[in-house]
Design a protein. Structure first.
Length: 418
């Protein structure tokens, strides 16, 4: 079977690496891909948002399954176009993807379905939001309703900072509508489940590190690292969260006429009053995928096909190998605001540890050299019998890699091993 994977980031490199292990795969195409995916399959120079060209490639190459990595093509209706063309697709329709592309939609769905989440207010007018905050006298988390590449959430410390955040996000396209959400406390975990519209196959929990700098300081980013499995919950807890959060969400979407087929990601905070959903995503997490996928055994492609309706999704189709993985993101100078591009990347070939995988994210080939081409440049994943061992391997590999302005967090997973 030929497979077309959509996207160009570290998540897509990890997906390509895992899909390539399937005995069902003939040729893997990646559109547009990156220098890392080019070592696994055939990159196709087609923008992920150029839906007519993606469909043309899928038809020409006799693609048996399209796997959509990023959220933007899903929100733009790529899965809908595949279905109209009779091409099986792993990824929800635009209507189902509203669970991510509209935080207001997701919040209303959670409230209606009685899924535990934070108290929130929704505003179409930033001035009204400011007036509400000042009258409430409370600090609120400020969220842009639309897609913002992981940068649409600001967690202020004061009422004044809340007002500033409203002004900032309210001036963006994604912030035409704003959510003000109560600030919760507790560890965060990411629960991702493979879904076929009715059933869900949960993957192991991961913990992302959103803030730019050590100690969870600095602005939110797309993610500076992750480890899996998260140590806060047991496998029975995961089953309980699937029953209380994932399955009710699937039922609510199906009842709305938008069955969800793809990877449903619940970002959870484990508060003293129990788990609360912070957000939903309509795809694999990034960098969570770079920590989860190296630990999965079984045929991922077969499971994705089952979600797309070409088979039956069953428990045990993929399972955990018993090890731990830690991914550390190497970011470009200036990330997340104005990342530098074009800096030469050295040292990847010097990493020879078989328990380390390097996933390309923001890289490109220029003048026969690998250079930076995005904010998050590489994801370095170490695997070990313990989290400490996985981290030791990842950071040892990072010591061999260099590019101008390279920066990364040195405390990924640190709280879990204290």
């Amino acid at each position: 079977m030929n497979v077309l994977l959509i996207g160009s980031g570290g998540r897509e490199h990890a997906l390509a690496w895992k899909l390539a292990q399937s005995p069902l795969l003939d040729t893997l195409f990646i559109a547009p891909g990156n220098p890392g995916t080019a070592q696994i399959g055939r990159n196709v120079p087609v923008d992920a948002l150029n839906i007519p060209m993606v469909i043309e490639v899928a038809q020409r190459e006799r693609i048996g399954l399209v796997v959509v990595g990023p959220e933007a093509p899903l929100a733009a209706g790529l899965a809908d176009a595949c279905l109209r063309a009779g091409i099986p697709v792993f990824g929800p329709t635009a209507a189902a993807a509203r669970i991510e592309s509209s935080k207001a939609f997701a919040k209303r769905l959670m409230i209606d379905a009685r899924i535990p989440t934070a108290e929130a207010r929704i505003f179409d007018d930033p001035d009204a939001a400011v007036e509400f905050v000042r009258s409430s006298g409370r600090v609120w988390v400020v969220k842009a309703d639309g897609l913002a590449a992981g940068k649409g959430v600001i967690v202020p410390e004061t009422v004044s900072e809340t007002v500033d955040a409203i002004r900032l996000l309210g001036a963006t396209r994604a912030g035409a509508r704003l959510l003000l959400e109560e600030r919760l406390s507790g560890p965060e975990v990411s629960l991702i489940a493979l879904c076929d519209g009715e059933r869900a196959l949960p993957l192991i929990l991961a913990q992302d590190h959103k803030r730019l700098r050590d100690g969870d300081a600095g602005p939110n980013t797309g993610g500076m690292g992750a480890y899996a499995p998260a140590l806060h919950l047991t496998f029975s807890d995961v089953a309980g969260l699937t029953a209380s959060i994932i399955l009710p969400t699937l039922r609510a979407l199906a009842a709305a006429g938008s069955p969800f087929r793809g990877a449903l990601y619940a970002g959870l905070m484990l508060t003293e009053h129990g788990p609360r959903v912070l957000e939903f995503n309509a795809r694999f997490g990034d960098p969570e995928a770079q920590a989860i996928l190296p630990l999965l055994q079984g045929d991922l492609l077969a499971a994705l096909l089952a979600c797309a309706g070409k088979g039956e999704l069953r428990d045990g189709m993929v399972h955990w190998n018993g090890y731990t993985a830690a991914c550390v993101v190497l970011a470009a100078e200036g990330y997340p605001d104005t990342p530098r591009r074009g800096d030469v990347i050295d040292g990847i070939d010097a990493v020879t540890d078989p328990h380390v995988s390097i996933f390309h994210a923001g890289t490109a080939w220029e003048n026969n050299q690998l250079v930076t081409a995005g904010g998050r440049v590489l994801g370095v994943t170490g695997i070990g019998a313990s989290l400490r061992e996985a981290l030791t391997r990842a950071y040892a590999a990072i010591d061999l890699i260099h590019f101008r302005g390279m920066h990364y967090r040195r405390d990924i997973g640190a709280r879990a091993i204290q």
